[in-house]
Design a protein around this ligand. Structure first.
Ligand SMILES: *[C@@H]1O[C@H](CO)[C@@H](O)[C@H](O)[C@H]1NC(C)=O
Ligand SMILES: *[C@@H]1O[C@H](CO)[C@@H](O)[C@H](O)[C@H]1NC(C)=O
Ligand SMILES: *[C@@H]1O[C@H](CO)[C@@H](O)[C@H](O)[C@H]1NC(C)=O
Ligand SMILES: *[C@@H]1O[C@H](CO)[C@@H](O)[C@H](O)[C@H]1NC(C)=O
Ligand SMILES: *[C@@H]1O[C@H](CO)[C@@H](O)[C@H](O)[C@H]1NC(C)=O
Length: 288
């Protein structure tokens, strides 16, 4: 039974490799140490099996790309986005999407400082399509008089105290302008619907975060590398993609440049074993 499953898997693999085309092979570097380091998958709390372009916590910088560093803090991954800490609720490597929430919104809707986060447009974009369509939600704090009925309360002794107000399309007038703080946060459209229907309070909506899709074309580079038994990484000085290979796989001839798929050695089986979820998911993706 295993053999049967295995052979159909190989057939699929060959089909995939042929359809992918092996022409645009990534540069390969024989480096056993890096290979080993990059084989190590990031794991933190419920977020598991995370691979390139993410790095951190045992995955060296050159196992990923700048801007994708993850830190594991009390069982949840944290990523810095434009100098603000964001908590990664989930990472879907199949759709290259992560769901993130600003750390300062983890407790309530009242941040410790008024700051907008802007994403690095070179790396990410807000998940643009339904059902993950997003909207900008404006939050107003420390307003001398009520500006709308959409209010929430800020307690404690942070900078935001008293009533706060939210609006998707704020009207600019003397009242809104007199508020001491105004920030804009992206939220998912479905979250807004829950907020407007009274199904979820603002704090819960903010805590469900927003989706960011990373622009990096992981499939083009990394998938081929994994299938050929390598581990994805980058040159930390040039940031170019590199495929780390183990010394014992040192190919005499540039196998990956040939028109034919690379031989399905034990190394690719090993790669699949080591990055099980991702490769299988990417295989599905290629095949769909
Ligand atoms: C991580 O990979 C292991 C091994 O294949 C798998 O059993 C597990 O379900 C995966 N976990 C997640 C969260 O994807
Ligand atoms: C956040 O962005 C909004 C809209 O661009 C702007 O009106 C507001 O002043 C910004 N807030 C801060 C703290 O920069
Ligand atoms: C949200 O605000 C940002 C920054 O002001 C803007 O670039 C973007 O187009 C807005 N998105 C939507 C869906 O309104
Ligand atoms: C808004 O403020 C300006 C300047 O303080 C004032 O001249 C104007 O009358 C105000 N408008 C309203 C509607 O209160
Ligand atoms: C990394 O990139 C630099 C600059 O392009 C280059 O000189 C160096 O040889 C590269 N290193 C590796 C290991 O490929």
């Amino acid at each position: 039974m295993f053999a049967q499953h295995h052979s159909s898997y190989l057939l699929l693999l060959i089909t995939v490799l042929i359809s992918v085309g092996i022409s645009a092979s990534p540069p390969m570097i024989i480096d056993g140490e890096r290979y080993k380091e990059c084989s190590h998958l990031f794991e933190c709390g419920s977020v598991k099996n995370i691979t390139y372009p993410f790095w951190g916590e045992g995955r060296n910088k050159d196992c990923g790309l700048p801007g994708f560093e993850l830190e594991c803090r009390h069982d949840y991954p944290v990523m810095e986005i434009m100098s603000e800490d964001c908590r990664d609720l989930s990472i879907d490597q199949k759709s290259f999407t992560m769901n993130v929430v600003r750390m300062d919104f983890w407790g309530d809707a009242c941040p410790e400082k008024f700051v907008n986060i802007t994403i690095d447009q070179a790396l990410f974009h807000y998940a643009p399509k339904p059902p993950a369509f997003y909207l900008n939600l404006s939050l107003f704090y420390n307003c001398p008089s009520p500006i709308s009925s959409n209010h929430f309360t800020c307690t404690g002794n942070g900078i935001a105290v008293g009533d706060g107000y939210y609006a998707t399309t704020p009207t600019w007038n003397n009242q809104t302008q007199s508020c001491k703080g105004h920030i804009v946060v992206p939220i998912l459209q479905k979250s807004l619907e829950k907020l407007q229907n009274g199904l979820e309070p603002l704090s819960v909506v903010l805590r469900s975060g927003f989706d960011l899709k990373y622009k990096y074309d992981v499939l083009q580079h990394c998938f081929q590398c994994l299938l050929s038994g390598g581990q994805c990484g980058s040159n930390s000085s040039s940031n170019e993609f590199v495929c780390f290979r183990q010394p014992r796989f040192c190919p005499e001839q540039p196998q990956l440049r040939s028109e034919r798929p690379p031989p399905l050695t034990s190394s690719s089986t090993e790669a699949r074993r080591k990055t099980p979820g991702v490769v299988a998911e990417w295989l599905d993706l290629w095949n769909s």
